[in-house]
Design a protein around this ligand. Structure first.
Ligand code: IMP
Length: 190
């Protein structure tokens, strides 16, 4: 089985990506003994994804890929975007971030939003970028059980279930990360 390092220890991302690429062994950062705090200081999703992948390739020597994701809300001019993880502050929990977003949108009828993922792959000394977008709306309140990020308040267009009410397979088939990872797979297998 072919192996590739995914520069994350986020269990939700790992589970989603492993389900999307069952034909590859996806190795996490803890699997390679990396417990570093990897800097994410770029001003764009592309920059952060590249920064994470480059850190691992430089320090550990592995070909690898990393993803960076942002939730872009139309009425907030694209915020929280690249700052999604820290929207409610440096030590914010997903619940804090969701609460801040719901507060900001309380008085607006335009709830349009999209998730965007950028995957950066370092392979044989070259970097390749893959992007996936999923359009939808922000719900009035948290709906569903999954506790991953903003999933409980995101309703993808054309569906009646929030991301947090979907199975991994249902989410992966339409999600930002699913689309970016499918592009990565097509590239790796071409
Ligand atoms: P990062 O890509 O790990 O930097 O994630 C940025 C922020 O978006 C964090 O708050 C994550 O919890 C959140 N996030 C990333 N991917 C998803 C997703 O697929 N659904 C919901 N929230 C996500």
């Amino acid at each position: 089985m072919k192996k590739l390092v995914f520069a994350t220890n986020n269990p939700h991302k790992l589970a989603e990506v492993r389900a999307l690429i069952p034909q590859w062994e996806i190795v996490s950062l803890s699997d390679i003994g990396c417990f570093d705090e990897i800097p994410e200081t770029a001003a764009t999703l592309e920059g952060n994804a590249k920064q994470k992948a480059d850190f691992i390739t430089r320090k550990y020597g592995y070909d690898c890929f990393a993803d960076d994701t942002g939730l872009e809300v139309e009425a907030l001019n694209g915020a929280p975007g690249v700052y999604s993880a820290r929207y409610a502050g440096e030590t914010a929990t997903p619940k804090d971030n969701i609460q801040k977003l719901l507060d900001r949108l309380k008085n607006t009828t335009n709830k349009k939003a999209q998730f965007k993922t950028v995957v950066a792959l370092n392979l044989k000394g070259e970097t390749h970028l893959f992007e996936g977008v999923c359009k939808g709306h922000i719900l009035e309140k948290e709906t569903g059980k999954s506790s991953f990020g903003y999933d409980p308040i995101f309703l993808p267009d054309g569906f009646t279930k929030s991301f947090a009410q979907m199975t991994k397979g249902e989410k992966g088939a339409i999600s930002h990360r699913g689309k970016a990872i499918h592009k990565l797979i097509r590239f790796l297998e071409s």
